[in-house]
Design a binder for this molecule. Structure first.
Ligand SMILES: [Zn+2]
Length: 833
C-alpha cells in the first residue's frame, strides 16, 4: 500500500505546514523557555502504550475460497455465495468464527452430497458457526454461505495511508455524474475485505481462490490470478471466472469493474522463462494511448527484481488498474495492483512527473507482502519497509545513485519529521489501532533501516539472505525473527544486536561528531545524544573518510558506547574528516566544519550526500548572529566557484538546490551567474530545473529574457511552458496577453497557477467560471494547490459570485477525503469572513 498525498511534485503535508506555520509564532517567550527546560526530562515525542497485539489465533485453516458475486447497483449491495473449505489446524474443532462485516446472512450450510443447514450466531461483525460434529486436523469440510454485503452501512474507519475501510466501493453507481465513469472496486488492507465476503480476515491466513463475478456486459472485470473464461449469460450479463491456485492472504483479494482499455505489454528479459506470462494495464479509454508511457517500465522492473532476488515473479500474471476516488495511493492486491487516478497522465505531463517509485513499490510487495506476508499488523514493516526500499533499488538501477540517494533523503526527512512527535519500535506489539501501523516508521524508517542493514552485511550477503527468507517462508506468514534468522544463517553472524536496536526499539541515533588533529594523530569523538532513557545506545559500524593532501583514506570503525574516541595516525592536518560519507547510518548528525572544509567536501565527494550536505551546511546561516557578516563570504571567489560548480553539477537535484539559493539570498555580482542561469533555463535536461531558472531570470531583469520565454512556450513540458507564461505575463508582454484564451483551456496545474495569479493581480472579475471549473476537479493535489488562489480571487468578486464560491469552499471543507485539504479549505473560508 502507498500513501496518496506525498507522491509527486506537489507535496501536501509540507505545504500545509507552511500554511499554518504562523501559529507557532503566537507562543509567548515564557512557554518557549519552560519547554526548553523540560526538554531534558520529557521527550517531545510519544511512544504508544497501547495493549499487546498478538498474531491472530488460528483454530482452523481456510484452504480454499470460492465466491459467486453479483451487484445491486441501486442499493449498492453485493449478493454473494461463498464456498469455504476448512480444516482444523491442529486441535479438534466443533465450530468456527468468521469475519463478516455489516452483511445480511441468508443461510449457512455444510456441503456434503446434501446440504446440511448449520446453526450460527451473527452480530454484524462475527459469524459464529456450530458444526454438525467434531472435526480432526486430518478432516476437511466445506461450508456454503449465502449473503448480501452492504458496505455503505458500515461504520467508517481508516488511517493516514488508507482514508476509508468499507472494503467495497461503488463509484457513480447511478451514472448521474458526467465527470466520472461508473466503477466498482475493492480495498482489503487491513481487514476490510470481510465487508464483502465472509472469511478469516487476518494476514496469517492464506487461501487459494476462485471468483465468479457477474456484471452488465458493458463492463470489464479484473481480479486475482488467471482469467479462465468470460461467458455471456442470457439476461445480458457476463460472468468472469478468475482463479488463483497459489495461496495468499484474504486482504489481497480484489475486484475492479469498469469500462477500461486493456493495454498488453511484453517481457523482453531472457534470464527467466516468461512464456504465458501476461502483463497489462487497465486505464480509462482516453488514456489507452499513454498507458505504456505511464506503466511501461513494468516489464523491466519485474525482470530486475526477479534477478536481484534470484526469485522469479511468483504469480500468474501482473495487471495494474487505475480507479477513481481511491482511498489510498495504490494497493498491491496479488497480481492485480490498484492505483489512484493521478497516475492517468498524458505524455506531456509525464515529462514533469514519473510514477516509477509507486509502481516499483506495489510490484515489490508481490515478494514482500503477497508471497511472504507479515503474520500480524505488528510486523507490518516486513511488507512496507521492503516495498519502500524497492523504490530506492529501482531508482539506483535505472537512473543512478544520485537519483536514488535524493529519494532516500526525502524519505528520511519524512521519518525525522514524524519522529519529532512519535517514536515507536518498527515492529510494534503495542498499539491502539492497527491503522496506526501505516506511518512513516513502517515505510520510510524501515526502508532506511534495510539500507543500513545492507551496508553492514554487504551487498551479496544482503540479497542472498533475502532469497533464503523468501524461499523458506514462501506462501506463508512470517515474523521479524524469520528475517533475522535468514540473515544469520547466510552471514554466520549473530545479528540480535542489529534487529534489537533497529526493529524492536524506538528512535534513532543523534550523533555529535568532533575531530582534532595534533602532531601526527587524528582524534575523532562521537557522542550519542539521543534520549537514551527511552531509546537505545546504538552499536554502529561506520565508515570514515580522512582526506590528507587531497588523498582519501577510508577507515571502517565501530561505535559501541554513548561517547567514544578513536585515534588514527594522520600525516598532516586533514583537508576534511567525513563521517559516514554515503549516509548509510540512519541518524541525525552534527559535525561542525569550516567553509574551506565544506568547499573541499563539495568538490571531492563522489556521492550525492557528500555534495548536497556540504551545500546545505555552507548555505545555512541560521546560527550566525550577524547575517550581513555571514553573507560577506558570498562575495568571495571561493563562493562563486562553489555556486557555479553546483549550477553545473552532473545531477539535476544539486543544480535545483543551487538555484534555490538565488531565491533564498541576495547573491552579489549576479551578472556573473546570468550565463549559467540562461543556459539552464534554455537547455537543462530536467524540465523542473529549467522552469525554476526561468522563474529566477524573470525576477532579475525580466524584459531582457523575453526571447527565451517565447522559446519556453513552445516546449512540451508544462512546467517550462508555465514558467515561461508566468514570466511573460509578469513582463506585461503585449503579445502574450492576446494569447491568454489559448492557455485557459489547458488542463494542467503548471499553466493554471500563472493564469490564476494573473487574473487576481489584474483584478479581472470575468473569470469566475474558469476558476470554478478548475476547482471542481477530482484531482486532490490540484484542489489543494489552487485553494489559496481561489480564495484570493473570491475576495475581489461581487457578492453573488463570492457567496457561490464560498459554498464550494464549504463543500470541500466538509467532504474532501483528505483532512489536510478539509482543514485548508476551512482556513480560507475563515479568512474570507
Ligand atoms: Zn506498500
Amino acid at each position: 500500500m502507498s500513501f496518496s498525498v506525498s507522491t509527486g511534485r506537489f507535496f501536501l503535508i509540507p505545504l500545509l505546514l507552511l500554511l499554518f506555520s504562523c501559529k507557532s509564532l503566537k507562543k509567548n517567550d515564557k512557554t518557549v523557555l519552560v519547554a526548553e527546560k523540560e526538554k531534558k526530562s520529557v521527550p517531545t515525542f510519544k511512544t504508544s502504550n497501547g495493549p499487546y497485539q498478538p498474531s491472530r489465533t488460528r483454530p482452523v485453516d481456510l484452504l480454499h475460497t470460492k465466491l459467486e458475486v453479483s451487484f445491486d447497483w441501486k442499493n449498492q449491495y453485493l449478493n454473494g455465495v461463498a464456498y469455504l473449505t476448512f480444516k482444523p489446524l491442529f486441535y479438534p474443532q466443533k465450530g468456527l468464527v468468521l469475519d463478516a462485516k455489516g452483511m445480511d446472512i441468508h443461510s449457512v450450510d455444510l456441503v456434503t452430497p446434501n446440504a446440511i443447514p448449520l446453526k450460527y450466531l451473527y452480530n454484524k461483525e462475527k459469524l459464529d458457526i456450530t458444526l454438525d460434529k467434531v472435526y480432526q486436523s486430518k478432516d476437511t469440510f466445506l461450508i456454503r454461505i449465502k449473503y448480501t454485503a452492504k458496505p455503505n452501512e458500515i461504520k467508517k474507519g481508516g488511517s493516514e495511508a488508507i482514508t476509508d475501510d468499507r472494503g467495497l466501493y461503488f463509484i457513480n453507481a447511478d451514472g448521474k455524474d458526467p465527470q466520472k465513469p461508473v466503477q466498482i472496486w475493492t480495498q482489503g488492507e487491513t481487514e476490510a475485505n470481510s465487508c464483502w465476503f465472509p472469511t478469516i480476515d487476518s494476514p496469517n491466513e492464506k487461501t487459494t481462490q476462485e471468483m465468479f463475478i457477474t456484471v452488465d456486459s458493458a463492463f470489464t472485470v479484473l481480479s486475482n490470478g488467471e482469467l479462465v473464461y468470460q461467458k455471456a449469460n442470457k439476461d445480458g450479463t457476463n460472468t468472469f471466472y478468475w482463479k488463483q491456485d497459489l495461496p495468499h492472504a484474504p486482504y489481497l483479494f480484489m475486484m475492479a469493474i469498469g469500462k477500461y482499455s486493456i493495454i498488453e505489454d511484453q517481457m523482453t528479459d531472457t534470464r527467466f522463462d516468461w512464456d504465458d506470462f501476461k502483463i497489462n494495464y487497465y486505464v480509462e479509454p482516453q488514456y489507452g494511448k499513454y498507458a505504456k508511457s505511464i506503466f511501461g517500465n513494468t516489464p523491466e522492473m519485474i525482470a530486475f527484481f526477479s534477478s536481484l532476488l534470484k526469485y522469479k515473479f511468483p504469480w500468474d500474471k501482473y495487471s495494474q488498474v487505475v480507479v477513481r476516488d481511491f482511498v489510498s495511493g495504490a494497493m498491491e492486491n496479488t497480481s492485480a495492483s490498484v492505483f489512484m487516478e493521478a497516475l492517468q497522465s498524458d505524455d506531456r505531463e509525464l515529462l514533469d512527473e514519473s510514477w516509477d517509485p509507486i509502481i516499483a513499490h506495489e510490484l515489490f510487495h508481490h515478494w514482500f507482502g503477497d508471497l511472504v506476508t507479515a503474520e500480524s499488523w505488528a510486523n507490518l514493516p516486513l511488507n512496507e519497509s521492503f516495498a519502500n526500499y524497492s523504490e530506492y533499488l529501482w531508482l539506483n538501477y535505472k537512473y543512478g545513485k544520485d537519483e536514488a540517494d535524493q529519494h532516500a533523503e526525502t524519505e528520511e526527512k519524512q521519518y525525522f519529521d514524524e519522529a519529532n512527535h512519535k517514536q515507536e519500535p518498527l515492529i510494534r506489539f503495542h498499539y491502539h489501532d492497527r491503522e496506526d501501523m501505516f506511518d512513516r516508521h513502517s515505510y520510510n524508517k524501515g526502508g532506511r533501516v534495510l539500507h543500513t542493514l545492507r551496508t553492514v552485511v554487504g551487498d551479496s550477503a544482503f540479497f542472498e539472505a533475502l532469497n533464503l527468507y523468501l524461499k523458506r517462508n514462501q506462501f506463508k506468514p512470517a515474523e521479524i525473527h524469520d528475517l533475522r534468522l535468514a540473515f544469520e544463517e547466510v552471514t554466520g553472524i549473530d545479528l540480535n544486536w542489529f534487529f534489537n536496536q533497529w526493529f524492536l526499539a524506538p528512535g534513532h541515533p543523534s550523533l555529535k561528531i568532533e575531530s582534532q588533529y595534533s602532531s601526527g594523530m587524528l582524534s575523532l569523538t562521537v557522542e550519542q545524544q539521543q534520549d537514551t532513557l527511552r531509546t537505545p545506545i546504538y552499536r554502529i559500524p561506520f565508515k570514515l573518510d580522512v582526506w590528507v593532501n587531497g588523498m582519501k583514506n577510508t577507515y571502517h570503525l565501530e561505535l559501541t558506547k554513548s561517547k567514544q574516541s578513536f585515534s588514527l595516525p594522520c600525516a598532516a592536518q586533514p583537508n576534511l574528516v567525513h563521517f559516514d560519507p554515503e549516509n548509510e547510518v540512519l541518524s541525525k548528525k552534527s559535525h561542525e566544519k569550516t567553509d574551506e572544509e565544506l568547499i573541499f567536501q563539495f568538490k571531492n565527494s563522489h556521492g550525492y550526500f557528500g555534495r548536497k550536505d556540504a551545500l546545505v551546511a555552507y548555505f545555512d546561516l541560521s546560527k550566525a548572529e550577524n547575517q550581513e557578516m555571514a553573507q560577506a563570504k558570498f562575495k568571495t571567489k571561493d563562493f562563486e566557484s562553489l555556486l557555479k560548480g553546483a549550477l553545473n553539477d552532473r545531477f539535476w537535484g544539486i543544480r535545483d538546490y543551487a538555484l534555490d539559493q538565488f531565491s533564498r539570498y541576495v547573491i552579489p555580482n549576479i551578472e556573473n551567474y546570468i550565463p549559467d542561469l540562461e543556459r539552464i533555463a534554455s537547455s537543462d535536461s530536467k524540465p523542473a530545473v529549467r522552469a525554476q531558472a526561468i522563474y529566477l531570470l524573470s525576477s532579475y531583469d525580466n524584459k531582457r529574457f523575453v526571447d527565451l520565454y517565447y522559446k519556453g512556450l513552445d516546449e512540451k513540458a508544462y512546467s517550462v511552458v508555465g514558467a515561461s507564461l508566468s514570466s511573460l505575463l509578469k513582463a506585461k508582454d503585449a503579445n502574450i496577453e492576446k494569447k491568454i484564451p489559448e492557455f485557459e483551456s489547458i488542463d494542467n496545474i503548471n499553466i493554471i497557477i500563472p493564469l490564476a495569479n494573473y487574473f487576481i493581480n489584474s483584478k479581472d472579475t470575468t473569470k469566475y467560471i474558469w476558476f470554478k471549473k478548475n476547482m471542481q476537479t477530482s484531482e486532490d493535489r490540484r484542489t489543494y494547490a489552487l485553494l489559496s488562489y481561489f480564495s484570493q480571487y473570491l475576495a475581489i468578486l461581487p457578492e453573488a459570485e463570492k457567496n457561490e464560491g464560498k459554498q464550494l469552499l464549504k463543500k470541500i471543507s466538509e467532504t474532501n477525503k483528505h483532512e489536510v485539504i478539509r482543514n485548508a479549505a476551512n482556513y480560507y473560508l475563515q479568512m474570507l469572513k
